[in-house]
Structures are given as C-alpha cells and as structure tokens.
Design a protein around this ligand. Structure first.
Ligand code: SAM
Length: 450
C-alpha cells in the first residue's frame, strides 16, 4: 500500500485490498482491552476498587448488585419511547451497552471509501454528538488494523469532538486517552478540540477549519430532540467545512422509522443539490440526481457478544441478544465521486424496474446489495437488491436466496454486508405475491465487487 503524495489517499494493490477485506472476514469482536477500560472507568465512577491486573470477569463480579439492577433497567428502558431522551443518570448505561454496539458501524463507510482508494492516511475528523466516543474509537480500531498490516505507513487521526453533555465528553476523552496507550508506533491519535455545544440549525463552525470527515452517528434520530427537524440545515451548513475531497457520514439506527426519515432527508439534500451520494444508494445505469424513495432497508454488522453483554444478559437484561447490529448509513461528498462508476452499456441486462415482464425466464441483472441476512439456523443467505431504477416504495422487493457454501465455493469468502455491487448471469425470475425472487442455479454466474 502506498500513500498518494498529492492527496494523501491510501492506494492499494489488489492483494493489499484483500488484506483490508480480511478485517471483515470474521464476526466483529469487541476488543477485550476496551471492555477492561470501560469497566475501569465505571468502577472508578461508582467508587469501587480498580486494579490494573483485573480481568473483565473480576471487574464485572465486583459490581454491586444494586448497580447492576439499576443499569439493566436503565438499558432496557432506554429509547423505549419516541420522546427526547435525557442522558442524565444514563451516561454509564450508554457506555456499558451502546458504545460496544456502535463502534463497528463506522467500519462499513470506511471500507466503502477505501474500496475506491479514497481513504486518507491522515484524517482530520469532526464527530458531532460524540457521546462516550463510539465513532472515534471505531475509527481508531480500524486504523489500528491498517497500521498493524502496513507498518511502513504513518497514519494520523486528528479529532474534533462536539457534544452537548459535559459528562459524555469527559468519558470520551478518558477512554480515548487510555486507548492511545495501546497504539502501534505508526499510528498517531490526537483529540485536538473538545467542544461542549448544543448544535442547532444556526450553529457555526467557523473557528474549526475544514475536515476530511464530518460524522454524525445516532445523532439525527427520533430521540435526539430537534436534530431530525434541523438535520437538513445542519448538514447543509457543514458542507462548507468539508474539504473538497471530504465525506459527511451519517449513521442511524436500523429501524423502520429512522431509516425512512434518513432517506427523506437524503432526498431533500440530493434534490436540492446540496451534496452527492457516494454510497450506498447509487444508480447502476444512470447518475441519480433525483431521489423519491424512502424504503426500509438495513445494514447488519455481525458480532460476537462482548463479555459485558453476556454478563448483563445473565443478570436479566432483555436487550442485547441479537447476533447482528442493524444500522443505516449514507456517505455524502461534494466532488461527485461515487463508489461505482455508472454502467453505460445495458446490453443483455434487465433493469429491476422491468423485471416483472420476465416471470419464469432467465435473465442477467446488475444491482447494489441493499440488505444481507445470514440465516442463523441454516446455510442460507438472503440478499435484497436495488439498481436505482425503481422506487422500492411502490415496487416489490427483489431478493436472491443463495447458500453460503455456494458463495464461498465461488470465491466469495468475505461476508457480504451491503453496498457491494453484484452481477448475476442466468437467474430465473419468480414472482410471488409480495416479492420477486431471482433463482440461482449451479450455472448462474455471480460476480461481486466489494
Ligand atoms: C445516541 S448518542 C450517540 C453517541 C455516539 N455518536 C454513538 O453513535 O454511539 C447521541 C449523542 O448526541 C448528543 N447530542 C444530541 N443532540 C445534540 C445536539 N443538538 N448538540 C450536541 N450534541 C447532541 C447526545 O448528548 C448524545 O451524546
């Protein structure tokens, strides 16, 4: 891997990109050393003894029963209703439960950028609504993997954090400082500014300079007051603080309502020409400049439950048993770059908007992967597709169902996530009442671009 001398982006040879993809091969594993830091911070905050040699189990077993009960009920109730959440008395619950689930979401947008050699070796990042530091920690972990694999490159992450809750910012700073003690020699991490501010549609960021990445994760959600109403204006204002080759990354929960609202806001941003979409919802056959769909989809990040989760579940937590973490994301840019170039020659391929005409016929299709579901009880994988030609709201979903062993046998050993581009030659269209299936047979040719 080398660093482009002009724009500082990481350029991978094919085999090096395989190395990056291999980060995604296994289920995400929350690093044990971060579990230890979380438990150390919590133990200190509630005034019980800490010891640098404690294991996660020892920290957990030392937690007072009344504290565990209170946290479990706080976590189970959190975000239960649509009203604005107050984080007072919930900082530690968020740190225990939501930070572990949220750190890996940013890996998918980072991979999307790296796929096209657009990720930089040095990043200046603005994280808005930092909470206890989920996004910075996720980025540090991704860059740690890069730094360990490519040790002749010097990586630098420079963060500016904005958060309205002082307590969260204190925790984020503490955790990032602890993590900084465990960095590879070729990774520098700096928290340049921590700003306590309640962001509104009028917020100005003038003294902050320009950024390679502006990130809002779980910030424009139902529960975060007026952020959803202000979302369009907040993003429009931030455009002026994005470097010409920078990205604004929005990550949201993977539920129906937040997903649809994220897409409605996206439609306004694109239709009013504020920014472009780099991924995931881009057209296959034409450059989409107008969006009207607000269909429900989700990205799933599969993970192994951390020790903290297993402990809380053993003590009565109802949440947290899912093996996948659902979320949605959008990468906006202003340089018109897209994750995949438009395909001009449609010869021999059928657009999804026309697919109903081909019931029981064999066709060829190119589409973006919207959602991937690995069935936990079988070898089956269900994959939902979109090529941008149909508004999924008034169009049935298009699915392929394939065995994971067939995918692996065909050379696709890296689990699919979403926003990959798939080419299928020789799939049979099967119309059902509510959906369209594309049947794969042993002769179907599958090609996937990550
Ligand atoms: C759901 S948490 C997300 C934390 C972190 N980004 C993550 O993904 O885990 C939302 C955070 O945004 C902060 N926040 C919400 N609205 C805000 C605003 N208008 N200005 C600044 N911070 C805000 C909250 O205090 C909270 O820490």
């Amino acid at each position: 891997m080398k660093v482009d001398v002009i724009d500082n982006t990481l350029i991978s040879e094919e085999c090096e990109f395989e190395t990056v993809l291999s980060f995604f091969k296994e289920k995400r594993k929350f690093p044990e050393y971060i579990e230890l830091y979380i438990l150390k911070i919590i133990s200190e905050q509630i005034g019980i003894g800490t010891n640098e040699y404690f294991t996660a189990e020892e920290y957990l077993n030392n937690l007072p029963t009344c504290f565990i009960k209170r946290e479990i009920s706080s976590i189970d109730e959190m975000y239960g209703c649509k009203s604005k959440i107050s984080y007072k008395d919930k900082y530690l619950s968020y740190l225990l439960y939501y930070l572990p689930a949220n750190i890996f979401k940013i890996w998918k947008p980072l991979l999307d950028l790296q796929t096209k050699d657009l990720l930089k070796a040095e990043l200046k990042i603005l994280d808005i609504g930092t909470g206890p530091g989920s996004v910075p920690i996720g980025i540090i972990e991704y860059y740690k993997s890069l730094a360990n694999c490519f040790n002749d490159i010097l990586f630098t992450l420079n963060f500016t954090l904005i958060e309205k809750e002082t307590e969260f910012l204190k925790i984020a700073n503490k955790l990032i400082n602890m993590i900084k003690n465990q960095l590879p020699a070729n990774l520098n991490v700096l928290v340049e500014k921590c700003i306590i501010e309640d962001i509104t549609e009028d917020s100005k960021y003038d003294s902050l300079g320009n950024f390679d990445m502006v990130i809002m994760s779980n910030f424009i959600t139902n529960n975060e007051g007026k952020n959803q109403i202000y979302g369009y204006d907040i993003i429009s204002n931030l455009k002026n603080h994005l470097l010409d080759d920078g990205s604004i990354i929005i990550i949201e929960p993977g539920d129906n309502e937040n997903c649809r609202k994220l897409k409605l806001m996206r439609n306004e941003i694109i239709n009013n020409n504020i920014l472009d979409i780099y991924s995931p919802c881009i057209g296959i056959w034409e450059n989409k400049t107008y969006y009207d769909c607000s269909c429900f989809s989700m990205v799933r990040s599969y993970w192994e439950l951390p020790k903290i989760y297993k402990f809380l579940i053993k003590h009565g937590l109802s949440k947290g048993k899912r093996k996948d973490i659902p979320f949605n994301y959008i990468i906006y840019r202003k340089d018109h770059k897209k994750k995949y170039e438009i395909i001009n020659n449609q010869k021999n391929f059928v657009k999804l908007a026309d697919i109903k005409k081909y019931n029981e016929k064999k066709i060829n299709v190119i589409a973006m992967i919207r959602t991937v579901i690995y069935d936990k009880h079988s070898d089956n994988v269900s994959i939902a597709l979109c090529d941008g030609t149909c508004s999924c709201d008034n169009f049935n979903s298009v699915w392929i169902r394939v065995s994971n062993s067939l995918l692996i046998k065909s050379g696709f050993t890296i689990p699919l996530i979403s926003a990959e581009r798939i080419r299928l030659r020789g799939v049979e269209v099967k119309l059902n009442n509510n959906e369209i299936n594309l049947g794969i047979n042993p002769n179907t040719k599958i090609r996937i671009e990550y």
